[in-house]
Design a protein around this ligand. Sequence first.
Ligand code: PHE
Length: 333
Amino acid sequence: MLQKIETLLQEAKSISFSSPEEVESYRIRLLGKKGILGDLFEQFKQVPTEEKRAAGQSLNTLKQAVSETIENARAKFETQNTDVKEFDDLFRPTGFEQGHRHPIWQVRDEIIDIFSRIGFIVAEGPEIEDDWHNFSALNFPPDHPARDMQDTFFVEGDIALRTHTSSVQIRTMEKQKPPIRAIFPGRVYRNEAISARAHCFFHQVEGLYIDKNVSFADLRQTLLYFAKEMFGSETKIRLRPSYFPFTEPSAEMDIECSLCGGKGCPFCKHTGWVEILGCGMVDPAVLENCNIDSTIYSGFAFGMGVERQANLKYGVKDLRLFSENDRRFLSQF
Ligand code: PHE
């Protein structure tokens, strides 16, 4: 046994490798599960007591020598590798930075998450819409300004890029009978001059709840829950009367200005409040347009701009930043 250990020790000191694979097979041969060292330690149990001490020592020496040989050989191949990496292609980018989701997508996901927790499912509709789904079924009168070329991008005839995600309300109600509890995230388009406050496309999340006995109080409570989850548990909301063709009554919701705490500042135009969404009770005529009996069912709808929420949450004042893809801006999120 001592003789064998001696031979292996000499080998460990003199062996050289020409590839990492050779190092690996040496390791397996010596240190592997069924390796030589394992065998030797097995045999060691049979060694008579008076020889145990000497045999034990040389076994340990061998084990250490083998481990060192392997480590050194591995280190050698590793440095060789990095040398190659650095010099074989001077134009190769050095490593990749990890990207992340766009801030608009992050906020969109957060909104979806908040409503999912109270049972809203997610649905989507097409960005190229017909007149019926974008306007007529939603009660827009024939002479409504949104139907004008000035305000809407028309594709062909009465086909246009949707101006809001309310079109998905109609598509959902046509397909599905109440109860309906869903949100519709998506991109919308308007023929606007691009400025810090307006863009020709942006993102919305629409919400729709239809069932028996749905009231304005349900709407208010749902939106209060959303505001607190989104902007913090101390957030206060207020609803102002407003007008949309497809909801009656209609309202706009404000939250207390987070920058000045409601005292009034340039950001909230000294009112202490900032608008975050439009909402209302679904107009019975809209339900009837989708063959839902408005004497049995009622419901509420709301729609919010995703950029607007991002803008309030992160204090981004210029909308254009969200679509310019400037990494100095994006990497802050
Ligand atoms: N569609 C409206 C808009 O784009 C928002 C809205 C949605 C209002 C649902 C009421 C109900 O401004």
